[in-house]
Design a protein around this ligand. Structure first.
Ligand SMILES: [Zn+2]
Length: 356
């Protein structure tokens, strides 16, 4: 009873902020109970670099530890983002050293706060941390540019905890072609990129094709011995942005057992003005993928602190409101469990098994 007295005002306040409908308070309570039980995962943010800046304004960090907790997120990906420079050895060496330094810094930041969060390397780590009520953080790279053309660097990143790599950002690099620009240097994966994907399979690192060109994605799907994902991408049929995924691309990722993690930035969600893009728009993308290939192939990667977030989902503290909206649309608890983490954990397990 005592705990209910503490809990209720918070529940009602939070419900009032989101809901107009009195039925929504009941949905929010159902959502809270569900989140107690399931593992909720956000597979992409750019938060890591925010936290290791010299001066951090925590009010501006969208996926800070307290906000993730409030939103009921159990596991968040904190990759190191690297802006791409010229494709020469000296520039790539400098990018490598910088990214290694940043990864060490974010590791140190997390390790200094063991009561708040833990680095997770495996599915088992994520599940154990959930039981112990620790937030899991997964390390990775957004843009493999710092690897240059040196395969040994992959081991260095792996040893620091890297378990996912987004192969490129907005420009073609030495590994593959990107989706945004027409150069198409390699016609998909480069010869070195193919070696890199094989080595990622061998070590057990997830291949992430968000930002990659269509042919890069198809090359990865053909070559990889494990499922391939897009950690933060939306549906091209809803918004025809080159970063988004066509129906054929979505079908191909699903056929290989991968998952499409829908992102939350207005740039990916809709051409409508910002005040008309909200959690409902996001859920339209999620439901499109569910209709096209099934609920087993969709999840969420917010891109918070890197362009993610919109009306009603300004930061991670409101993530559970997505659960409320999907419940309102008739989603079952089992479907929500798959969306929030079941699907992604299946992929991560398959990547771990492919390594063996
Ligand atoms: Zn990105």
């Amino acid at each position: 009873m005592k705990s209910l007295r503490i809990l209720l005002p918070a529940l009602l306040l939070s419900a009032a902020a989101f809901a107009q409908d009195p039925g929504d308070a009941a949905l929010l309570q159902r959502a809270q109970r569900l989140h107690d039980r399931i593992v909720s995962i956000d597979t992409h943010t750019d938060t890591a670099l925010e936290l290791i800046r010299d001066s951090v304004d925590m009010n501006r960090v969208q996926a800070s530890f307290p906000r993730l907790r409030e939103g009921r997120v159990d596991c968040c990906f904190y990759p190191i983002f690297t802006e791409q420079g010229p494709l020469d050895e000296a520039s790539e060496q400098a990018a490598f050293e910088k990214a290694i330094g940043q990864m060490k810094a974010i590791r140190a930041y997390i390790e200094a706060r063991p009561r708040e969060a833990r680095i997770a390397l495996t599915v088992k780590d994520i599940e154990r941390n959930k039981k112990k009520r620790h937030l899991s953080l997964v390390m990775g790279l957004e843009n493999a540019y710092p690897i240059g053309r040196d395969l040994s660097r992959l081991q260095d990143f792996y040893d620091l905890g890297t378990r996912i790599i987004t192969l490129c950002h907005n420009y073609d690099n030495d590994i593959c072609d990107a989706s945004r620009y027409p150069e198409k240097t390699w016609g998909g994966l480069s010869p070195f990129g193919k070696e890199l994907v094989r080595e990622m399979n061998r070590l057990g690192i997830i291949v992430d094709c968000s930002h990659a060109s269509t042919q890069t994605l198809y090359d990865c799907l053909e070559l990889s011995t494990a499922p391939v994902i897009c950690s933060h991408s939306c549906v091209y049929a809803i918004k025809d942005h080159p970063r988004n995924l066509t129906d054929d691309e979505i079908r191909a990722i699903a056929a290989k057992g991968g998952v499409i993690q829908v992102t939350t930035g207005r740039w990916a969600l809709s051409w409508l003005p910002a005040d008309q893009v909200d959690i409902g728009t996001f859920c339209d993308h999620v439901e499109y993928i569910r209709r096209l290939v099934g609920v087993e192939y969709v999840g969420i990667g917010t891109d918070f602190d890197g362009g993610g977030g919109m009306r009603q989902l300004e930061d991670a503290s409101r993530m559970k409101d997505i659960t409320v909206e999907l419940m309102r649309r008739g989603w079952t608890d089992r479907e929500l469990e798959l969306f929030w983490g079941g699907n992604f954990l299946r992929v991560m397990r398959a990547v771990e098994n492919a390594k063996k």
